[in-house]
Design a protein around this ligand. Sequence first.
Ligand code: HIF
Length: 286
Amino acid sequence: MSKQGDFEAVRKDIAALLKQPGYDDGSAGPVFVRLAWHSAGTYDAETDTGGSNGAGMRYEAEGGDPANAGLQHARAFLESVKEKHPWITYADLWTLAGVVAIKEMGGPTIPWKGGRTDYVDDSKLPPRGRLPDAAQGADHIRWIFSRMGFNDQEIVALSGAHNLGRCHSDRSGFEGAWVNSPTRFSNQYFRLLLSLQWRKKILKNGIVQFMNYDEDTETELMMLPTDISLTTDPSFKKYVELYAKDKDRFFEDFSKVFDKLMELGIVRDASGAVTNADNVKGGYHS
Ligand code: HIF
């Protein structure tokens, strides 16, 4: 067992857990990133509810939300880290796992601070329906992310995370990966959005997504309707173009915006200590 607050020790154990030969593309990294984002993306700025405090996915009302299907795998992988470092809250562990995974997969360093608390019961869970619906378009994602306090540029920068991982027909109903190296963080997603021909395809389950066949690698890549909307909306498109040609700028902006996402609902004092932990009753206090 590590000393309370030794986040370095936790980071090392998360990094050691990423390689999972029998799972998806051989890495738990992408599903950790999705867990981190879904743990925070319930934030509603107007009512100051939801966000990365609480780790509400431990409860059925949030964990069993169809929008969170598949994230039980990420939570199960991370259980061994929680057992080894029982002092860490789940809310800190899940956000830290996303940040460590991005770095280990070749992405930018993302500032991260601990101090989140876990709900002690399910009385304060955010309502379902706050996470985005991939079947929709630009207006929908602008509405969902502006509710969390993000502008157009930040929405596009965040979207680069779809460079990682894949869709699963038994989770979201969509199928396939966005890029050929889905465990390597880069700006490839933006380049492919602009350079390939994306054709609408109706899957056997009736779900509509966009597909491209790559002759070099003989693989089929995919885009969600929401991904394609980043190229059809002129305000979004100019940032897709920016990040497609400037990888350093993408890494820099992504680091800031992913940090902002992980901090949703968290209030800190000048020393970085979380001051709104009372919202969630109990939990870990550093
Ligand atoms: Fe995703 N996202 N996301 N997403 N997402 C999926 C998978 C991942 C949206 C829909 C989906 C973000 C925004 C949005 C990751 C990270 C981020 C899947 C597939 C869907 C449907 C789930 C499955 O079937 O397993 C929508 C509509 C979003 C609003 C635009 C974030 C910016 C891109 C915030 C973000 O960081 C990651 C990583 C995955 C891959 C998970 C995996 O298991 O491989």
